[in-house]
Design a protein around this ligand. Structure first.
Ligand code: FAD
Length: 516
């Protein structure tokens, strides 16, 4: 925590740290009310992990759903949220999310720059209040020339382009990039929003226990910025910080996260702790099975339409069509794919040609993967078992049993294909479209590890998005949203769009509270 010396390099009413959707929703909310708002972003790009996202937004009961005839409400969503999250988090904070989600969407769509559309994507649990067809809304794509190029050109590229060193595609901004672009244009249009790239929060400045400003690093210089109304921390989690991940999560490091390299290293969380913040849910992340890459990284993999996952013993351990966070938790439970020496193997057969039977957000180059030993192939199952160091009889039995389930249409072990989410991505033509037999050589095995879309433990907050001390009191002047805060969804991922949707609602609430 920096000392107060009452000398400031800059001043503003509201200082927002980070530039994901939670940050920019908060910044827009403050600026549109006439508050002088400054967004600082550590990297040279706006958008953080949000820019990588599909940008489904779980904001139940909003008018965009209603426009498409989807009859949802905060109360229906509450029944569902209570059933799946329960009392893992403060129900007053849950209610703030659910009761103010629709208002957040309406508030944003009041700007001519922000537009959403409804698209089906099922909720992740069979529980009361669930929407089988889903309740997420998405940003409408944004023409690349819709606004000032200094803003739109600085939106973080898609994950696959950054990872593979490829140029940003021509054409409109889509998904998370569209959301960030739209929020930036909305912020700019208020005339009260400013942004500073390459400017990292390094500490919070307090006076008598209240946060009154921040210390930042910009261009090798320390800048002290006074925030007269409040500071909103929305600087992501600590997914890219290997040391914190070992300390707080007992994981081998930070190589397998989808978070942008070097961006979300928990700076805002550690700064808040120095100002007295309490922490929660540090062992948690938005988990996902991930394809292991030759450079040591890994990429989010979802929507399997073929193959099974086996552990080092050659046995299945879960329904492979589970929503990704639920699969991640099965991997943690089975201790499969959680360390460098215990990969999960994705086993599938020759019917898919050279393609992976699933979606990976960064495409895999078959030759490079094969050269690195991450994709192994054999003409027979026994040959494949030998190549991956699994007992041949065990793999043979696993596949024989699975093929029997595929013929019957019933997965007696893990009930794969019985849930609407399972079937959302299915392409099989047998009695159960999720169960595709594995009986046509050659046979393939591809390494899968436990990755994440970001961590979700952080500072404790209340229903006004105020950061709390261990005694439950709020730290005056300090707010948090997104993965900097301990997630309102606790130890599960209820449905598509909860990470960004909740970040946006709490960014909106923080701005409202500061402006009041
Ligand atoms: P971010 O969006 O990462 O923003 C944090 C920003 O803070 C970054 O720009 C970072 O550089 C900056 N920052 C960090 N430290 C500092 C500092 N010291 N000073 C200043 N700035 C700093 N979630 C959904 O809800 N729906 C989806 O459809 C979805 N799809 C996804 C798809 C993919 C491929 C991935 C990878 C994730 C997806 N997620 C989705 C998850 C979601 O993107 C993230 O959980 C969410 O965007 C995190 O938001 P955030 O604001 O906490 O962090």
């Amino acid at each position: 925590m920096a000392n107060t010396q009452n000398t400031w390099d800059q001043e503003c009413d509201v200082l927002v740290v980070g530039s994901g959707a939670g940050a920019l929703t908060g910044a827009y909310g403050a600026a549109v009310r006439g508050l002088d708002t400054l967004v600082i972003e550590k990297t040279g790009y706006f958008g953080g992990t949000t820019a990588y996202a599909g940008a489904g937004l779980w904001l139940p009961g909003n008018h965009v759903q209603a426009r498409d005839g989807v009859e949802d409400s905060a109360d229906l969503a509450r029944a569902y949220f209570r059933a799946v999250v329960g009392d893992a988090t403060d129900q007053r904070v849950q209610d703030a999310y659910l009761d103010r989600a629709a208002e957040t969407v309406a508030f944003l769509e009041d700007s001519p720059h922000v537009r959403f559309e409804y698209r089906p994507f099922p909720d992740y649990f069979a529980a009361p209040g669930r929407f089988d067809a889903g309740r997420a809304v998405f940003p409408v794509e944004l023409p690349a020339d819709a606004g000032p190029q200094h803003l739109l050109d600085a939106v973080r590229p898609p994950a696959w382009a950054e990872r593979l060193g490829l140029p940003v595609p021509d054409g409109p901004l889509t998904d998370g990039r569209a959301l960030i672009g739209r929020l930036l244009l909305a912020l700019e249009s208020t005339g009260h929003g400013r942004t500073l790239l390459d400017t990292a929060l390094t500490g919070l400045i307090t006076e008598d226990g209240a946060v009154v400003g921040v210390e930042t690093e910009h261009d090798g210089r320390t800048l002290r910025i006074r925030a007269r109304g409040g500071v909103l921390l929305a600087a992501g989690g600590f997914e890219a910080n290997a040391e914190l991940r070992r300390d707080w999560q007992e994981l081998p490091g930070a190589d397998w996260t989808m978070g942008a390299p070097g961006a979300n290293t928990g700076d805002a969380i550690t700064a808040a702790v120095s100002a007295g913040a309490a922490l929660d849910l540090l062992d948690q992340a938005w988990w996902c099975p991930s394809l292991r890459f030759p450079d040591g990284s890994a990429a989010f993999t979802l929507g399997l339409h073929g193959g099974i996952f086996v552990d080092g013993s050659g046995h299945r351990f879960a329904n492979e069509s589970l929503p990704y966070d639920r699969m991640g938790r099965q991997m943690l439970g089975a201790k499969a794919g959680t360390a460098h020496d215990n990969p999960v193997w994705w086993i599938f057969d020759g019917r898919f040609g050279d393609e992976l039977p699933g979606i990976t957000v960064v495409p895999a180059d078959r030759t490079a993967f094969t050269d690195a030993g991450l994709w192994r192939t054999a003409d027979t199952l026994d040959g494949l078992a030998e190549r991956i160091g699994v007992e041949a009889g065990a793999l043979r039995d696993t596949v024989r049993t699975f093929n029997g389930y595929a013929a019957d249409g019933t997965d007696a072990d893990f009930q794969r294909g019985e849930d609407p989410y399972d079937r959302f991505f299915a392409q099989g033509t047998g009695p159960n479209p999720c169960l595709v037999p594995i009986d046509e050589g050659p046979y393939h095995a591809v390494q899968i590890v436990l990755g994440d879309l970001g961590t979700k433990g952080g500072v404790r907050t209340d229903a006004q998005a105020r950061v709390l001390r261990a005694d439950g009191g709020a730290i005056p002047g300090l707010y948090a949203a997104g993965n900097t805060a301990a997630s309102v969804s606790g130890r599960c991922y209820p449905g598509p769009g909860v990470p960004i949707g909740s970040a946006m609602v709490f960014g909106h609430i923080a701005a409202d509270h500061i402006a009041a």
